[in-house]
Write a protein that binds this ligand. Structure first.
Ligand code: ATP
Length: 355
């Protein structure tokens, strides 16, 4: 049995199933993120683990103990929610120490533990300040220190870095992961930020309309999305519709604007429409007359470490991303050849709708 087990948990609000039959096993020390669009049930799932929202059906077990109906404060979990404000009339030190007092930890131990927790979030110098004297990012870090200081069996984080600017947010993502590794706390985080989920997590749980649609390592979610929705939701994808011209074993030849392309597609029928999905960074831009399809650069965007191109061609406009390796970028109106290796193509049956 895993350390934290959600078994078929469901939350109904009237006729709305906010969360439906969610089953998830989290191992001890693991960092798992719940990722999905707004309203898909991420926060509700986290709140049920925390004990702030009652479970309509299903069960939750923590370290072998059934906590489905246990009171929130008896679960002893570390919680950092967006709305989980600090005590305004207490200093940073007292905010962090508060949980230890509740646990009746002796005063001498409290001091060491508070100092350790503040050190982990790089706020040792701020112990005497009040929350109103801190920036949004510093307050979020105090909230994190307050959650980890009690050494909870599970840390629950709901968009814990949302108040930070892009630069600090990225730095804190690595720090958060670092802190979590050092402390070894099993962690479940809610985020709608894919890059955040991918960079921090051991596994990512993708949710859609109250249900889990894939649980996997970040790399696999990106490279092998199991549903059409995940293909569109995670990262950017070119979607090329084509018709099956020939089938041979598990392979099919698909006509893309008259150009035959061989793909692995077991079980498809002659004449069937398939959508070939290719990520922008997997397209190679070659000289005119080379590659599989002709194209012309219509737009160029500079992204810092990469160039993003829009390439017009017989299949409409495709996105291509190339690394900024210091060489001169392609110019608008330049004719190019578009190429890719067969292994980067993901095949979906039918026509995929644009996101
Ligand atoms: P976001 O990323 O926008 O925070 P989320 O994935 O966390 O979204 P939830 O907050 O879990 O989504 O909400 C899931 C669904 O349940 C939504 O349709 C929401 O409107 C509904 N919902 C949440 N809380 C309640 C409530 N107390 N009463 C009724 N409906 C609710």
């Amino acid at each position: 049995m895993s350390f934290l087990e959600l078994r078929d948990i469901t939350k109904r609000y009237g006729t709305l199933n906010a969360v439906s039959d969610v089953t998830l096993s989290v191992e001890k020390g693991e960092f798992v993120s719940l990722l999905g669009p707004s309203g898909c049930g991420k926060t509700t799932t986290l709140q049920m683990i925390a004990g702030f929202v009652d479970v309509t059906a299903g069960s939750i077990r923590l370290d072998g103990r059934d906590i489905t109906h246990a009171k929130a404060n008896s679960r002893g979990l570390g919680i950092v929610f967006q709305s989980y404000a600090l005590f305004p009339h207490m200093t940073v030190y007292d905010n962090v120490s508060f949980g230890l007092e509740m646990q009746r930890v002796p005063k001498s131990d409290r001091k060491d533990r508070v100092e350790e927790a503040l050190g982990l979030v790089h706020l040792s110098a701020y112990a005497g300040r009040y929350p109103r004297e801190l920036s949004g990012g510093q307050r979020q870090r105090v909230a994190l220190a307050r959650a980890i200081v009690i050494r909870p069996p599970v840390l629950l984080l709901d968009e814990p870095l949302s108040n930070l600017d892009a630069k600090l947010r990225e730095a804190m993502q690595f720090e958060l992961r670092d802190i979590q590794r050092k402390v070894g706390t099993t962690t479940v985080m809610v985020t709608h930020d894919q890059a955040e989920a991918f960079s921090i997590s051991d596994r990512v749980v993708v949710m859609e309309a109250g249900r889990i649609t894939q649980i996997d390592e970040p790399y696999r979610i990106y490279e092998h999305p199991e549903t059409e929705f995940i293909s569109r939701f995670v990262g950017k994808t070119n979607m090329l519709p084509g018709t099956v011209q020939t089938v041979n074993g598990g392979y099919a030849s698909v006509s893309l604007a008259g150009v035959p392309v061989e793909v692995e597609a077991p079980g498809v029928a002659l004449g069937e429409t398939l959508t070939l999905c290719i990520r922008p960074e997997k397209l190679r831009l070659a000289g005119a007359g080379q590659g599989r399809l002709p194209g012309r650069v219509s737009v160029r965007y500079f992204l810092g470490s990469q160039w993003l191109y829009h390439i017009d061609g017989p299949l409409g406009t495709l996105m291509a991303v190339t690394p900024n390796d210091g060489s001169a970028p392609l110019d608008v109106d330049m004719p190019v050849g578009i190429d890719w290796s067969p292994s980067v193509v993901r095949v979906h049956r039918g026509v995929m709708a644009e996101a």
